[in-house]
Write a protein of this length. Structure first.
Length: 262
C-alpha cells in the first residue's frame, strides 16, 4: 500500500466555487500544489484572476478562472456549460461559495433568507445537477467522482450570533449532501460535507478581530483552522484514501462542537 498513491490527486479536474478567497482559496491551493487542474469561480472576477496567477506560480498543477454570479441561475448554467466545453470529465466539485447575514431577531429581514438560502443551498443543488454528467464520466467503482460541500459547525450547534438564515442553510446543506450521497452513489459519485469551524476568511474577519481569544479558548485544540487543515481534508476525500466515504458530515473544528461547558 503506497501512501503517495493513496492520497494522490494528480491529474484530477476540480471545480472550487468561491475558490479565490478564504477557505475556498486554501482548498484551491491544496489541489494545485498536488498536481490537479483547478477551476475557480466566484462573482469577483478580479479576485479570481489574482488567485489564478498566484496559484499558477506555485507550479505542479494548473488553475483557471471562470467568474460567475451564483445568485443568478443563468450564470450557474453558463459556468456548467463552460466547464463542459473545456473538460470531458470533472473529478471533484467543491461547493464552497456562501454568504451570511447577521441581524437581531426582531429586525431580521425576509430578504436575508432569500439571499442566503439561494447561494448557500439552492445554487449548490442547481450546479451539482448540471455537472452530474461530467462527474459520472469521471467516476468508477474504485475511484468515484466526489462532491464536497463546505458546511459549518453552525449548522450543527446553535451559534451565539444571530445568523438565523446562515445556520439554517448550513444545516440544510449537510442534509442535502446526505440525500445526494444516496441518489448519486450508484452513479459512482460520492457526496460529503465539511462542517468547518473558524478559519481566517472575509466572513470571519470581524468576528475573529473582536473575539479571537474567546473563540480559541473554547476550542479543545486551542486554535483556529489553518489552510493545511481544510485542504488536507479535501485531499483525503478526493483521493483513493477517501473513496469509500459517502454521506458523511465531517466536523473540521478542533473539537469545538464537543467542548464541554460548565
Amino acid at each position: 500500500m503506497d501512501v503517495q498513491k493513496l492520497f494522490d490527486v494528480k491529474g484530477k479536474v476540480v471545480l472550487v466555487t468561491g475558490g479565490a478567497k478564504g477557505i475556498g482559496r486554501m482548498i484551491s491551493e491544496g489541489f494545485v500544489k498536488n498536481g490537479a487542474t483547478v477551476y475557480i469561480s466566484s462573482r469577483d472576477a478580479k479576485s479570481c484572476d489574482k488567485a489564478v496567477n498566484e496559484l499558477n506560480a506555485l507550479g505542479t498543477g494548473k488553475a483557471y478562472a471562470i467568474p460567475a454570479d451564483f445568485y443568478k441561475e443563468e450564470e450557474v448554467k453558463r459556468l456548467a456549460e463552460e466547464i463542459a466545453k473545456r473538460e470531458s470529465k470533472l473529478h471533484v466539485l467543491v461547493n464552497n461559495s456562501g454568504s451570511n447575514w447577521g441581524a437581531p431577531y426582531d429586525e431580521y429581514p425576509s430578504s436575508a433568507w432569500t439571499r442566503v438560502l439561494t447561494l448557500n443551498l439552492h445554487r449548490v443543488f442547481d450546479l451539482t445537477k448540471l455537472l452530474t454528467p461530467l462527474l459520472e464520466k469521471a467516476g468508477s467503482s474504485g475511484d468515484p467522482a466526489r462532491i464536497i460541500n463546505i458546511g459549518s459547525v453552525d449548522g450543527i450547534r446553535v451559534p451565539a450570533l444571530e445568523t438565523f438564515a446562515y445556520s439554517a442553510s448550513k444545516a440544510g446543506l449537510h442534509h442535502l449532501s446526505r440525500v445526494l450521497a444516496h441518489h448519486l452513489g450508484r452513479r459512482n459519485i460520492t457526496s460529503n460535507s465539511l462542517a468547518c469551524g473558524p478559519f481566517e476568511s472575509k466572513m470571519m474577519a470581524a468576528t475573529l478581530e473582536a473575539h479571537r481569544e474567546t473563540i480559541e479558548a473554547s476550542i479543545p485544540l486551542g486554535r483556529i483552522g489553518t489552510p493545511e487543515d481544510v485542504a488536507g481534508a479535501c485531499l483525503f476525500l478526493s483521493s483513493r484514501a477517501g473513496s469509500y466515504v459517502n454521506g458523511a458530515t465531517i466536523t473540521l473544528d478542533g473539537g469545538s462542537v464537543i467542548a464541554a461547558k460548565l
